[in-house]
Design a protein. Structure first.
Lengths: 334, 505
């Protein structure tokens, strides 16, 4: 009897693994989106995944799981079995969890299926601000210390990284930093005049700039964007930015680390093809995102470089809770 | 001419027309189930309608939105469980009416008034959108804070009985809202190093527990009492009833549109503020508020449906969402290749008129689906308690679980249900708790933003307060309402009136 049970169990296990490798996906795949409905991550994932579904020949049921700056979704997916039936659809934030004290896990506990695209930061000002470009802003801040209001979204958010970058290069800024829930509410406040300057992602600001409701001070990239040629690159004002740029938030699809290699390969293939869909590419282009569409070793190295650069930048600006060194994140070699 | 065509497009195209109807119908029932929210339904629809054209997708979403905002009132009236936060105020007078056997009348008034409020909202959207959105942008963190303070003063009108107990309830609500990771600094507050608490306490779980479960527990006291027979002779309110409440409904609709148009506030706060306003301006209600006053239904229902049109105002003119649902719709427009933002009205003017037209159609469908099937629904209240109580419990558990698919939320919900039962037992009102939770973040975040913006200098803060006309008006309103709730006011009134009487004689 015992032997029979043992045999049955091992047969089951064999059958299960066999099924996994050959006809994945055999059931619905769950896609956990780290951020709320309507946000950038949500929009990107909901527009690329249907194309990937078609290629995979399965369904991906997407669900928003918010909270803890995305850590709740990340921990949830990490706790599911590593069989490729639970995908994490996330942004850059997890790479900062460890140093910010937000969690013990990050993307090193996952395998990247695809890093889809990255965003470009841009510094925008309210139309009534008494300066028109980056140089003017810096001069104004020097003359009027403690007057200019910068929007922020909490430590680890894009504005905090951009501000840390400016402070590393230009020295400490004497400005007021006003915290908001996200770049959407902060850009609304900018248009109402509650704050003067906001570091935001290009896609979120582009329509407001076109309408003249906010003005671009500098694009945080090494060259101008063809989406917004009137915005000068910040490297034109100060070449020191070349050391840190290009930098930006990104979006990616991940699975838990021990997922079978052939499943990862199948998923990666589907998302790589989906990311070349002309409709998706056009959507990303319209929103001012730069397509990356990388996977495997290339994505791994992108993620580790990103983490090194950003965590040390925040560490040097005194924004971290624990030094990156504690987690074995080496200082970027210069 | 183009605008005209775009406006009627939804009616002339049978497919779109059907989708709006289908959406509204689904919305009414999704809205009625606590925990199933319009926000959730619309975000699921984004994936579902991915391959569709933009117009059918938007038609369906708008239908669900309009129906869902209205649907929350159903369970509020019949079971005292608001289907959505914006129906909390509706439960306060709607449920007492159902207990008197007037559920049919209550649903009828609610439906017609929701329809009316919906129209005011759409009208303002169609005619004055740029004006209202300019006004909404003027609200600074300081003004949002004052608005929240104004909201907190509603505690007085939400607590029948002891004001002290009401204040305690309100403070408890604000405390509950503050638990968890602070979104501005990511600092943990009131978490006591318990991982469960870092996520905060789901507001919907608190609401469902306090209203649903505590109601079920309370019903256990009189389980053998026969259920109330419902009179269903009059469902559609008479023209006279509507005419009588026209001035009030115009005022509360205006409150709804403005609160709805503000990017930081939505239908829940609008409904509560409107309820408070009604209580203030209604001199001689036929029945006391909280006992089943018609005015207590008219005000929140006009306001929360007017807030729908209001929420579209910043979305259409600036690409800024007026609430959570319009935030998702903006995402949907992106996915469908449009670029919602301040240029949408210039690049795609037809989209604006199409949305206005769809809202109008959805509003009519809401009236239709709202007024049919009432007889069947009122039967719910006539179910013997031995069946009704388990039904309420099941609905509460499913609802609490559905919000985040989290079993922890169910435990929170049950915990707050038992706690709410004891609160009610000892005469602590539950309305202020929910009010506190809703306003907690608005008050806290904006107070901090306001004072940080002034370099943490109280003098500069008050300087700013009086240099902006908007802030000054709000501040004066706060002071007046506060004083009017203290004995000082009645004394002062006596003195002034006493003197004027003498001088007249």
């Amino acid at each position: 009897m015992k032997r029979f049970a043992l045999g049955a169990v091992s047969a089951l296990v064999l059958a299960a693994t066999g099924a996994l490798a050959a006809d994945y996906p055999a059931k619905e795949i769950q896609g956990i989106i780290q951020w709320g409905a309507g946000g950038s991550t949500d929009t990107v994932m909901r527009s690329v995944t249907p194309h990937a579904e078609e290629i995979l020949g399965g369904t991906v049921v997407m669900q928003n799981m918010t909270g803890g700056v995305g850590a709740i979704a990340l921990n949830y997916v990490a706790d599911q079995s590593a069989d490729g039936y639970t995908l994490l659809m996330g942004a850059e934030n997890p790479l900062l969890y460890k140093v910010m004290g937000l969690g013990k896990k990050d993307y090193s506990d996952f395998v990247p299926v695809n890093v889809l695209a990255r965003g470009t930061p841009i510094l925008v000002a309210s139309p009534n601000a008494p300066f028109d470009d980056y140089a003017g802003m810096m001069a104004y801040i020097k003359e009027h210390p403690g007057e200019v209001r910068f929007g922020a979204t909490g430590p680890g958010g894009l504005p905090s990284v951009v501000t840390a970058m400016i402070e590393t290069i230009e020295g400490d800024l004497d400005v007021i930093s006003v915290p908001y829930d996200g770049d959407g509410p902060a850009l609304t406040a900018l248009q109402g005049g509650a704050i003067d300057v906001m570091p935001a992602v290009l896609g979120a600001a582009i329509e407001g700039i076109r309408a003249g409701n906010m003005k671009p001070l500098a694009l945080f990239d090494v060259a101008k964007s063809d989406k917004l040629p009137e915005a000068p690159a910040v490297t034109d004002f100060n070449a020191a930015y070349n050391d840190y740029l290009p930098w930006g938030p990104f979006f990616g699809v991940f699975v838990a680390k021990d997922t079978p290699a052939d499943v990862v390969e199948k998923l990666a293939g589907a998302y790589a093809e989906a990311a070349t869909n002309p409709e998706f590419v056009e959507l990303m282009n319209n929103r001012g995102f730069t397509m990356m569409n990388i996977a495997g070793a290339e994505a791994e190295s992108f993620l580790s470089t990103w983490q090194q650069n950003t965590t040390w930048l925040l560490q040097d600006a005194g924004l971290t809770k624990t030094s990156p060194e504690e987690f074995g994140i080496a200082r970027p070699g210069k | 001419m183009g605008a005209f065509h775009d406006f009627f497009q939804v009616i002339l195209n049978p497919e779109l027309f059907l989708l709006v109807g289908l959406g509204t119908f689904a919305g009414v029932y999704i809205g009625a189930i606590p925990g199933l929210s319009v926000t959730m339904a619309v975000s699921i629809l984004i994936s579902f309608t991915f391959s569709w054209d933009v117009l059918p997708a938007i038609s369906l979403m708008i239908g669900i939105y309009m129906g869902g905002v209205y649907g929350g009132s159903r369970t509020a009236i019949l079971l005292n469980i608001p289907g959505a936060p914006s129906a909390i105020a509706t439960a306060m007078d709607g449920y007492p009416m159902a207990q008197r056997g007037e559920a049919g009348t209550a649903i009828g008034v609610t439906t017609v008034m929701s329809f009316f409020g919906g129209f005011i909202g759409i009208g303002v959207l169609a005619l004055a959108a740029p004006l209202v959105s300019d006004f909404a942008l003027k609200f600074q963190p300081r003004d949002y804070m004052l608005l929240a303070v104004l909201g907190i003063l509603l505690v007085g009108s939400l607590s029948s009985g002891s004001l002290v107990k009401g204040i305690f309830s309100g403070a408890l609500g604000i405390g509950i809202g503050a638990v968890g990771m602070d979104p501005l600094t990511f600092t943990e507050r009131f978490t006591f190093d318990i991982p469960l608490l870092t996520q905060g306490i789901s507001f919907i779980a608190v609401m469902i527990g306090m209203f649903g479960v505590s109601e079920a527990l309370l019903q256990l006291h009189n389980i053998d009492l026969p259920a109330v027979r419902q009179k269903i002779d009059r469902i559609v309110p008479s023209f006279n009833t509507i005419k009588k409440h026209l001035p009030l409904s115009l005022q509360t609709s205006t409150i709804g549109v403005i609160i709805g148009a503000l990017p930081g506030t939505g239908g829940d706060i609008a409904a509560l503020m409107a309820y408070d306003h009604a209580k203030r301006v209604t001199k001689n209600p036929e029945r006391k508020f909280g006992d089943g006053a018609i005015e207590g239904l008219v005000a929140p229902e006009t306001a929360n449906n007017a807030a729908v049109g209001g929420a579209f105002i910043p979305m259409m003119t600036l690409g800024i969402p007026g609430d959570a649902v319009t935030a998702i719709m903006i995402g949907a427009l992106y996915i469908h290749g449009l670029n919602p933002g301040p240029m949408l009205m210039i690049d795609q003017p037809h989209m604006f008129w199409f949305i206005v037209g769809t809202l109008v159609a959805a509003n009519f469908f809401m009236l239709l689906f709202g007024l049919t099937g009432i007889k069947l629904f009122t039967k719910i209240v006539e179910i013997p308690r031995a069946f009704l109580i388990p039904l309420i419990m099941m609905l509460s558990i499913v609802g609490a679980y559905a919000v985040n698919n989290s079993i922890n939320d169910v435990y929170w919900m049950l915990g707050f249900g038992v706690f709410g039962y004891f609160m009610r037992h000892y005469g602590y009102p539950l309305g202020p708790v929910i009010l506190g939770v809703i306003l907690s973040r608005l008050l806290d975040d904006n107070w901090r933003r306001a004072i940080i913006s002034e370099r943490e200098d109280l003098g500069r803060f008050f300087g700013g307060l009086f240099s902006s006309p908007l802030s000054t008006v709000l501040f004066v309103a706060v002071v007046l309402i506060f004083v009017s709730q203290t004995p000082l006011w009645t004394k002062g009134k006596e003195m002034i009136f006493g003197r004027s009487n003498r001088s007249a004689s």
